[in-house]
Every structure is written in C-alpha cells, then in structure tokens.
Design a protein around this ligand. Structure first.
Ligand code: ADP
Ligand code: ASP
Ligand code: MG
Length: 403
C-alpha cells in the first residue's frame, strides 16, 4: 500500500462536473489500496473574483484581511470535494490549512511554511478516510490565517507529501504536464517526459506558472517523487526529478514573465557607493531587484537601470523619489510595458553561443532587447511586452524545441 498525495488546481474543480470527475479519480486511487491525501485549490477564477470584491470595498485592504478572504476559496472546494466523494460511497474528510497542521510565518500573502504537524492527518488516514486539505493556506503563531502566494497550492501539496513521507506527489492540472513553453502561447510546444528540479525551478521562477516555484524547491530539498499531469485524461505526465547528466539538454524550455517593470535612475553621480545606496534602500523595503544594468559614466554621471516585480513599481518609485536629493539623480524613467523572456537548460553551461542564438532569433524577428542577464542555467532578456508572445515563438523555433 502506498501513500499518494494528489493536488488538483482550480480549473480541475471549476464546476460540479469537474468536481465529480476529480472525486472519481481520487476514489480510483483509493480503491487500488492506497492511502490518499488530496490538496485542492479554489474553483476556477474564485481567487481572482475575491480579489476584485475586495478592491470594490478597499483597494488598499490590509494583507491580513486579504488572506482571511482568499482562504475562503479553498474552503469551498474542500467541502464540495469531500461531499462528492461521499456521494460515491467513500469516506472523506475535509480539513482547512490549520486543521491539517500547516503553520507558516506571518508574511501575509506570501507566507512560508514553517512546520507541518501531521498528527491530525495521520489520525484521519488511520481511520481510512480520504483526506482533503485546503491548499494555499496556513496559520501563523498568532492563530491568524495566512496564504502562500498565488499558485501556492502546489507548495501545500509538496510540503504535505514531504511531511508524510508520501510515495508520490501528483500535481493534476489542465495541461498534460510541463511543456517546452506555455502551450497556450506556443502551439508547437512539446510535453517533456521529465525535467530536473533545477531546470523546473528556473522555469517556474521565470514565469512558467505550471508549478509554484517554492513547491519545486521543497521537492528538491526533501526529494519528493513529483509528477505533473492532466486531470482530464490519463496521459503520462512529466516527472520532476534529480538531474540525470546524460539527459542534459542545452535548452529545455522557454518562459515568459509579464509581471515585470523597469526603472531607470538617470544621471546619478558616478562615484563609489551609489549602487550600494540605491539597492540597500530598496532592500530595506523588501523590494526584490532582478536584472541590473549600469551605464558607463560620462561627465561624472551615470544611469542605473533595473527591473522589479510590477507590484513593487509604485513603492520603489516612491522610496527613490523620497531620497532623490541624497542620491542626487536627475530623473526616474519607468515602464511596465516590458516582459522578461528566458531560456532554461542545464546543458547551457558547456555550450557557448546559446545566448547568441537567442539574440539572433530576436534580431530576425526585429525585436529589440532592453536588458540581458545570464547564469549557468538560463538567459533572460527584457523586451517590449507587445512582442512577448512572438518572441517566445521565434526562440522556441530557433532552438527546434518542437522536435
Ligand atoms: P492549476 O489551476 O491547475 O494550478 P495553473 O493555471 O496554475 O493551473 O497552471 C497550469 C497552466 O500553466 C497551463 O494551463 C499553462 O497555460 C501554464 N503554463 C505556463 N508555462 C507552462 C509550461 N512550460 N508547461 C505547461 N504549462 C505551462
Ligand atoms: N487559489 C490560489 C490562487 O489562485 C492558489 C492556487 O491556485 O494554487 O493563486
Ligand atoms: Mg497553479
């Protein structure tokens, strides 16, 4: 008998028919003699709808109250799914995050899991129940509800799989697995049979929303047997696992991140310590900075450009403007009409010229590059948002990823 953790995303439980479909799949796994713990997300667009509801009342609602609100989406799905399983004649019990022992830090809206007390989960499993747990949520040391960040149910699932030493963690979604690019944007994208933790972590962090990046981090850390597959068919999915050096590919996939914004600090003094001053200021406000570019100085002045998450643009501009005199710059220029396009592959490290091939694809398509950043396993470029989908397609084609 195996212990299997299954996670079903919002589209997999979006209406009654899908809930029943999921219930049948879960029961099938249970009937084969397995213990089953299920993590489920809010139905369809529920989380987005709840965010809209909050905005109508208070666009600057506190994060604590937002978490209280958003956690209700998952609470609806767990109860409905438990009812669906019961209607098929099997025992199921639904648990919210706190009931399932999920404790997190107090960083509302982006909380990190600290510990899972598995006592209740174990007890329900021993009673032969199918256990349905609300994804995306936990509880902090003040007994307040927290959420793990958008897409966080994947992380709930992997964390519970790790805590219970599950034999398998299956992430069920609305595509057949992890593809060489988002199949909604690149029609010729190909499903991967397997991908390494490191490559998947990069893709997820660079915008491939199929897995929450923290879930991949946890799966690597605790060596969770992780699989992504479709809730709508029985096709084999994608296995996410430790790297097999033989299978190294130069480029494994292409990702797009539209939630970025660029800030340029123009004509800042060209002297030691300026970068330190700028970025320590941003760090003190917990603003993450991504790609950084500094121009060569001229007449004692230089420009520093960098990208931040779009959500942080306003806050970053505010703090820089407040310190304009101390930093002695002339003006700020910003744009959120930009996208970051990245290629990822662990074989890149031994293959010079990969970045160049990517740039050539963009050149052929007459797409201008604003910024570039590279590491051993990825190359990212910042381009105009309106060119993002085209860029993904031409890069995907240039590297023959459809084959
Ligand atoms: P769920 O509700 O099941 O969590 P998500 O919408 O969060 O589903 O994630 C699945 C979606 O991720 C797919 O529908 C697809 O559009 C998108 N996606 C982005 N990049 C990729 C990729 N490389 N492979 C597969 N899907 C991707
Ligand atoms: N419901 C949450 C969201 O929409 C969590 C998740 O789906 O994983 O982000
Ligand atoms: Mg998701």
């Amino acid at each position: 008998m195996a212990l299997i953790v299954q996670k079903f995303g919002g589209s997999s439980v979006k209406d009654a028919e899908r809930v029943m479909n999921v219930a049948r799949r879960i029961v099938d796994t249970y009937k084969q003699g397995n213990s089953v713990v299920v993590i489920v997300s809010a139905q369809g667009d529920t989380t987005d709808d709840l965010i809209e509801k909050a905005k109508e009342i208070n666009p600057n609602a506190s994060k604590r109250e937002m978490d209280m609100l958003l956690s209700t989406g998952e609470q609806i799905s767990i109860s409905l799914l438990a009812m669906a399983i019961q209607s098929l004649g099997y025992n199921a019990v639904s648990l919210t995050g706190w009931q399932a022992g999920m404790t997190t830090d107090s960083n509302y809206s982006k909380a990190r899991i600290k510990k899972i007390n598995t006592e209740r989960l174990q007890k329900e499993l021993e009673a032969n129940n199918i256990v349905i747990v609300a994804g995306f949520q936990g509880i902090n040391k003040y007994d307040d509800i927290t959420t793990l960040g958008r897409g966080g149910s994947d992380t709930s699932a992997v964390a519970i799989a790790a805590a219970l030493h599950a034999d398998l963690c299956e992430i069920y979604t609305d595509v057949d697995g992890v593809y060489t690019a988002d199949p909604r944007i690149v029609k010729s994208a190909k499903k991967l049979d397997s991908i390494s933790f490191d490559e998947m972590l990069e893709l997820a962090s660079l915008g491939a929303g199929v897995l929450h990046n923290r879930s991949v981090e946890l799966a690597k850390k605790y060596n969770v047997n992780l699989m992504v597959r479709s809730s709508l068919n029985n096709n084999p999915g994608t296995v996410v696992k430790e790297e097999n050096k033989m299978e190294r590919m130069i480029v494994k996939g292409v990702a797009r991140d539209n939630d970025v914004a660029r800030i340029s600090i123009c004509n800042i003094e060209d002297k030691p310590g300026m970068a330190f001053k700028v970025f320590s200021l941003l760090a003190s406000k917990k603003i993450n900075v991504d790609i950084i570019l500094q121009s060569i100085g001229r007449e004692g002045k230089k420009d520093i450009s960098f990208t931040v998450n779009e959500d942080n643009l306003e806050k970053a501009v505010e703090i820089l403007e407040e310190n304009k005199e101390r930093l002695s710059f002339e003006e700020l220029k910003t744009s959120n009409e930009v996208s970051k396009i990245s290629i990822v592959g662990s074989g890149m490290v031994n293959n010079p010229g990969v970045a160049c091939t990517m740039f050539e694809a963009l050149y052929d398509a007459n797409i201008n590059i604003h910024m570039i950043s590279t590491s051993e396993i990825k190359v990212s470029v910042l381009i105009n948002k309106k060119n993002a989908d085209k860029a993904m397609n031409v890069i995907h084609e240039k590297f023959n990823l459809a084959e």
